[in-house]
Design a protein around this ligand. Structure first.
Ligand SMILES: *Cc1c(COP(=O)(O)O)cnc(C)c1O
Length: 358
């Protein structure tokens, strides 16, 4: 078996036990005589799969009863539009904090529907930190943040206190990596392909009082009311992706839930950051207090050397370490499914590379 250590930012590694279970169930799920890919989404056997996935996600994240969980398509990017269409409905104004490429795209999309006020941006220092914001427009329909910045490797170390203004968070690259207090957020959305499962599934966790006020021009599939009332089955949901995400939720629960997951993730991140801080060749690019546990960005300072590092690493079985095409350098995405041994082995490889390139 030649599995590599895959540091891709997304789609990314899935837990091996999940893939193995899916392989066993591939052609005949639970005695149904068919693959999950082949069954009607309205069949009792599939209804059980989606219901169990939701139940397990609710239990993992301690999602309060007054929140709906929606299993949608279209990626996190579709939520850049769905959020303003559903929530920018009273004063047609929203506050955005820009901490990277995805929050910038989200703000640009929202600006098509109303007035977007950019409260703060970390662009001045190439998105290497998270600005502290504690004052919001009193008439904002919502405040939008990106909780973990996949491309720049930074993460919020606080939750903005927005009072009565709904707080919306893109958690695509950090959902189920550690406990979060869902009740502090009005809406959380995440593409599945970073930390939950295959692409094609987007999870939306939305407080019930925010549903049912979509703007009249909202496409029926982007209206949270449509999706909530039909339990994400207004049309065919991403059936197979939901099934795999369900297996991932079971896997995290069996490990001990999000507290246990956080401990493992913190250990992996500190192995890597501790080495980067002590290295004379590599250096981490994110400011210390905002370092992401999920996406570790680093450089040598020499682009040609960065390239050589990535290609030699790939030959040694450490793949997809190149940084995002817009920023260069290296990025090791170490989501839930990356084992501690993978990070240890990468650091050993980096030490050798450093030794040879002094
Ligand atoms: C990957 C990512 C996106 C884009 O997700 P798609 O599912 O490809 O639309 C948006 N936000 C964040 C934080 C991401 O990591």
């Amino acid at each position: 078996m030649n599995r590599v250590y895959n540091f891709s930012a997304g789609p990314s590694m899935l837990p091996l036990p999940v893939l193995e279970k899916a392989a066993i169930e591939m052609t005949n799920y639970g005695g149904s005589g068919m693959s999950v890919m082949e069954m009607s989404h309205r069949s009792p056997v599939y209804e059980e799969i989606i219901a169990k996935a939701e139940k397990n996600l609710r239990s993992l994240m301690s999602i309060p009863d007054n929140y709906k969980v929606l299993f949608l398509q279209g990626g996190a990017t579709t939520q850049f539009s769905a959020v303003p269409l559903n929530l920018m409905n009273k004063n047609k104004k929203a506050d955005y904090i820009i901490t990277g490429q995805f929050s910038k795209k989200a703000a640009e999309e929202a600006a098509r529907y109303g007035e977007v006020r950019v409260l703060a941006s970390s662009k001045d220092k190439n998105f290497s930190y998270i600005p502290f914001v504690n004052s919001f427009s009193p008439d904002a329909d919502y405040v939008h943040i990106c909780f973990n910045n996949t491309i720049f490797g930074t993460a919020y170390n606080y939750i903005p206190e927005t009072g009565d203004i709904p707080l919306v968070a893109d958690m695509s690259s950090s959902i189920i990596s550690k406990p979060v207090d869902v009740s502090k957020f009005a809406l959380i959305y995440a593409g599945a392909q970073k930390n939950m499962g295959p692409s094609g599934l987007t999870v939306v966790i939305v407080r019930e009082d925010l549903i049912g006020n979509a703007r009249p021009e909202t496409p029926v599939l982007l209206d949270y009311k449509t999706q909530a009332e039909s339990d994400s089955m207004y049309n065919t949901p991403p059936c197979y992706s939901i099934y795999i995400a369900g297996l991932v939720f079971e896997w995290v629960l069996a490990l001990g839930g999000l507290k246990a997951m956080e401990k493992i993730n913190a250990e992996k991140a500190s192995i890597l950051y501790d080495y980067l801080d002590s290295s004379s060749l590599f250096r981490a690019t994110a400011q210390k207090e905002f370092r992401s546990l999920m996406n570790v960005c680093f450089v040598t300072g020499d682009e040609a050397l960065d390239k050589r590092f990535c290609s030699e690493a790939a030959k040694a079985g450490f793949v997809t370490l190149a940084g995002h095409r817009s920023v260069g350098g290296m990025r090791a995405s170490i989501y839930n499914a990356m084992p501690v041994e993978g990070v240890r082995a990468l650091v050993e490889f980096m030490k050798k590379f450093e030794e040879q390139n002094k």
